[in-house]
Write a protein that binds this ligand. Structure first.
Ligand code: HPA
Length: 277
């Protein structure tokens, strides 16, 4: 990163985005593997490739298109990160979380995070959607390591309610209304990119993790740090309770694509019912 301060870099990115639109998003979203098509449903969309936003890191992973889409969805203004940067791509954590900080600076007070994940808990099946009630950061690092910018958030942000209880309740009641099964559980983040060994799966299970993935936790930590509310949904794309998955990244994308209509229904519902608090 250059010598300019983090606040200056965020301001530069905001300025870059403001050349395209004045829209102030109420809700920011990060869409995971294979789930990006929700961004195509945005009304009056303004789509900006990451490469055209100052300071935005560009993803290299197949299935992760990189653009920011701003517009309206279910009567609310939204900013959607279509594709995310993963730590395993070799990027710095501060780059991984930069887009979330920029969306907060654009005005978003709430972050919806979504991901594809491997199901560890015995009852989880491929295609299940799971409300994230808590997380375990097992990435071996923390995105807030380094000097703290007090303008952005506190040095030691609490994570006791990282996934906003009110928004969890909203997602639950909405799923009941839609008669859509919605599992709940703990998401553990590993750095990846290798999938888990049998011993790692046993360890993660004994730690109390229900699903495992390679994202989401950095973005959630960054969002909580700057005072945003967070709601997270995982799509179980492969199961690990019988041992490591032989599934490939392509299988993961296919499973995510199959769950997409339900997933989109749920996320649209959350946005529709959303009332800022
Ligand atoms: N492990 C880690 N990350 C994942 C998996 C998995 O099994 N499935 C989807 N993302």
């Amino acid at each position: 990163m250059s010598k300019s301060t983090l606040s200056e870099m965020i301001a530069d990115a905001v300025k870059g985005i403001r050349k395209y639109t004045d829209l102030v998003p109420e809700i920011a979203m990060v869409l995971g593997s294979g789930l990006g098509s929700l961004a195509d449903q945005v009304e009056n969309p303004v789509e900006i490739p990451y490469k055209d936003i100052p300071g935005f890191p560009v993803s290299t992973v197949h299935g992760h298109v990189g653009s920011l889409v701003l517009g309206a969805l279910e009567g609310h203004t939204v900013a959607i990160l279509k594709g995310r940067i993963h730590y395993y791509e070799g990027r710095k954590m501060e780059e991984v979380i930069f887009p979330v900080r920029v969306l907060h600076a654009l005005g978003a007070g709430t972050l919806v995070v979504t991901n594809a994940a491997g199901g560890i808990r015995d009852d989880l099946q491929v295609g299940d959607l799971m409300l994230i009630t808590d997380h375990i950061n097992f990435m071996g690092t923390n995105p807030l390591i380094g000097p703290n910018d007090d303008q952005i958030g506190p040095r030691f942000p609490p994570m006791s309610k990282a996934y906003t209880p009110k928004l969890q309740e909203l997602a639950r009641s909405l799923a009941r209304e839609l008669k859509m099964p919605l599992a709940e559980g703990v998401y553990v983040a590993m750095s990846g990119p290798s999938y888990e060994t049998p011993a790692e799966i046993r360890m993660l299970k004994s730690f109390g993790a229900d699903v495992v993935g390679m994202s989401t936790v950095p973005e959630t930590i960054a969002a909580v740090h700057c005072g945003m509310q967070v709601v997270g949904i995982s799509c179980v794309t492969n199961i690990l309770h019988a041992g490591p998955s032989c599934d490939t990244h392509e299988d993961v994308l296919l499973a995510a694509a199959a769950a997409k209509p339900r997933f989109i229904n749920l996320v649209r519902g959350i946005v529709r019912e959303f009332q800022s608090v």
